[in-house]
Design a protein around this ligand. Structure first.
Ligand SMILES: *[C@@H]1O[C@H](CO)[C@@H](O)[C@H](O)[C@H]1NC(C)=O
Ligand SMILES: *[C@@H]1O[C@H](CO)[C@@H](O)[C@H](O)[C@H]1NC(C)=O
Ligand SMILES: *[C@@H]1O[C@H](CO)[C@@H](O)[C@H](O)[C@H]1NC(C)=O
Length: 333
């Protein structure tokens, strides 16, 4: 198929042509531009969200480069897509839109309430935006709090320290993005999520994933082809002192992971010896490689999958066999 036909097919299917720039708003999108005085544009993300009709129509918002400060809670009924300005849609590297806040779960009253961006709706997608909780160490401080189903983040960056990404409910995908934190920074209770082709950046000693699965449900976090690195400015004692997860009732599978800096050789940690939380736990990895994956000796509660077993864990097993109807195929790895 020639390029023109590929592009036409992508447009028909609603998928993205990767690598292209997105520097002008798609037709029909509300426009957010920092400092704008142009009639019809919005100077903040929150103002554009508030201007959307609260009905079941499909809507989109395009955001020009800048840092937009303030928490947002996205609740409208109909499908919504957020597009960040970028010179390269293929991943997060050229993102120029930051959504910032410094929520603190103690002050806010809950993990969810501390989120910089809170998604409490189904059928939501975001492309090439960075979502940051800038509070730093000390308390749970969520960047993204996600409760919707059929929700996709494509080429997005998530930045925080403790509990960055709260994939708490619903079905969701995180593809070709960046997720940074130190402590339990990808976590949730009833969410099902697929993470593909992301860079996961460890900022200080701690665990990447955590979860409080409260029943023996079928929800899982499936990771495929992600790269784990030390974050820029990571604490000097981070190498050797981080883990894929603590043993806290999670069902998590890491496939084809490349680890760049030495992970703790146990790979997985228990929650604490007093409360090991070994009920409902399923921890597994397959084909974990890289300079940081030397000398791994898995604890008894963790599994090393065979190739055949690893096949059972996929985007379909994580978010449902109808994933092709809502996930942007251009980003799937
Ligand atoms: C979070 O808020 C609590 C209560 O207001 C405060 O005591 C604490 O210092 C805050 N934590 C950080 C890291 O700012
Ligand atoms: C193992 O993972 C690496 C990195 O994702 C990938 O390039 C390689 O093809 C995988 N090997 C197998 C046997 O799946
Ligand atoms: C949870 O389900 C798994 C798979 O069906 C099963 O092996 C395990 O024993 C169950 N655990 C509990 C505590 O019910």
């Amino acid at each position: 198929m020639d390029l023109l036909h590929s592009i036409l097919l992508c447009i028909l299917l609603g998928t993205t042509v990767l690598g292209a720039s997105r520097t002008t708003p798609p037709s029909g999108a509300l426009i957010v531009r920092a400092g704008t005085t142009t009639p019809g544009e919005y100077a903040t993300f929150a103002a554009a969200l508030a201007a959307l009709p609260n009905d079941d129509s499909s809507q989109s918002i395009f955001i020009y480069p800048g840092t937009y400060t303030g928490q947002v809670d996205i609740t409208r009924e109909g499908p919504l897509t957020i597009y960040g300005y970028t010179t390269d849609t293929s991943n997060y590297v050229n993102n120029q839109v930051n959504i910032d806040a410094a929520g603190n779960a103690t002050t806010a009253g809950s993990d969810d309430a501390s989120g910089t961006v809170r998604v409490h709706k189904n059928n939501f997608a975001a492309y090439n935006i960075n979502i940051r909780n800038t509070l730093g160490p000390g308390v749970q401080a969520i960047a993204l709090s996600q409760y919707g189903s059929q929700v996709g983040f494509y080429g997005c960056g998530m930045y925080g320290y403790q509990d960055t990404l709260y994939a708490n409910e619903g079905t969701q995908v995180y593809l070709k993005g960046y997720i940074e934190g130190a402590v339990d920074f990808i976590f949730g209770r009833q969410g099902s999520a697929y993470f593909g082709g992301n860079t996961i950046a460890q900022k200080a000693p701690g665990c990447i994933t955590a979860s409080g699965r409260e029943t023996n449900d079928t929800n899982s976090y499936v990771f495929n082809q992600n790269t784990i690195i030390l974050a820029s400015g990571a604490a000097t004692n981070t190498a050797n002192n981080f883990y894929l997860g603590p043993n806290i009732r999670l069902r998590v599978i890491f496939k084809n992971t490349v680890i760049e800096s030495q992970i703790n050789t146990a790979l997985w940690s228990i929650w604490s010896s007093a409360t090991p939380n070994t009920d409902f736990v399923f921890y597994a990895d397959y084909n974990t490689t890289g300079p940081g994956a030397q000398g791994i000796v898995r604890p008894s509660f963790a599994k090393l999958l065979t190739a055949a077993q690893a096949e059972e864990y996929s985007i379909a097993s994580a978010v449902g066999s109808n994933y092709a109807s809502w996930v942007d195929a251009a980003y799937i790895v």
